[in-house]
Design a protein around this ligand. Sequence first.
Ligand code: SF4
Length: 336
Amino acid sequence: MHEAVLFRQDQGTKIVCTACRRYCRLSDGQTGFCGVRINSGGRLFLANYGMILARQIDPIEKKPVLHAHPNSLIYSIGTSGCDFACRFCQNYDISQRKKPEGFHMDADSIVSEAVSYGCSGIAFTYNEPTIFAEFAHDVSDAAHRNGLFTIYVTNGYETEESVDYISRFIDYATVDFKGNADLEFYRKYMSVPFPDLIFDTIAALIERGVHVEITDLVIPIVGDSLEALSAMLDHLQKVAGNKIPISFLRFHPDYRMLDIPVTPIETLSRHYDVAHKAGFLYVYIGNVAGERRQNTYCPNCGFLLIERDMMKTRAINVQPDGICPVCSYQTDLHIT
Ligand code: SF4
C-alpha cells in the first residue's frame, strides 16, 4: 500500500478522503466507496497503487482527445475500482471490482514500455483515475521526464483539492458526461448524487491551464432528454465557452442495462443540431462508423480540417499552428 496525499484528518483516527466529491469519512480499517482507498491507523492509503488491471495502446482519438496530437499512440492504463456505479459501464469488469487487483508495474516501467511502443502519451482511463490520483502523479512525472504528455479520462467528480493536485501533472482531460448530465439519471442509474458539481471541475481544470474536451454518452429512452441537453449545454457554455470540443457518443447495451437499445442515429443527430444551434463550434458524433460528423470543419468557412473514421485520423488539412489554410481562421487545434 502507498500513502495517499488527498485526505485530511477528522476526529481521532477518522479521516476524510478528499479525492472525489463523495468525501468518504473513514474509520480506521474502513475502505471508501471506490473500494481502493483505505484508512489504516488514521492515515489514508492507496491499496491499488501500481496495480494495473487494464493496459492497451490506443489511438488518441479513442480517449477521445480530438484537438491535439492527431494520430498519436497512447499507452492507456486502468486499475480496479471506481467512485461511480454506472449500471451501463462498459468496463464494469474492472471498475466494479471494489478491491485492489491486477499486476504490478511501477511508473518507470510503464513509461519505458510506452516509449518502446512509440507512444506519445500516457492516458489514465478505463476506470476513474481520481481514485488512484497519487499513482497517476508518479507516472506523469516519469512521463514528462521522458517527453510524453498525459491524459486524464474522468467522470469530473473531483474535489477542488483533487483538481489542484492533478492540474500540476495532467496535460489533457476528457470529461465524460452520461445521459445529458440529467440529475435524476445520475441518481437512478449511476448512484451519483450531485452531477452539477462536474461543471465546477471543468471550470477549475480550464482555469488551471488543462486542455479539456467533453463527451456525452446518449442513452436512448432514459438518458436522451432534450430539455436536460439544453440545460447541460447552457451550463457548459457558461463555464467553458463555445470552443470546447463536445462529442455525443453512441450507447451500446452493457452490464445491467441490456434492455436499452443502441442509440439511434436520429437521436445523436438531434443532439448534434441542438449543440450547433446553441453556438458550440466543435461538435462531434462518436462511436459511429462512416459518420462525417466526427470530422473537424473550420468554424468560419466550413473547410474540412481533420478527417476521421472510427478513432482514426485519415487526413490533416490544417496548418501546424491550427490555422485554416482556406480562410486563415485561427482554430485551437494542436497538430504537433
Ligand atoms: S475517491 Fe474513493 S474513498 Fe475517496 S471520496 Fe471518492 S469514493 Fe470515497
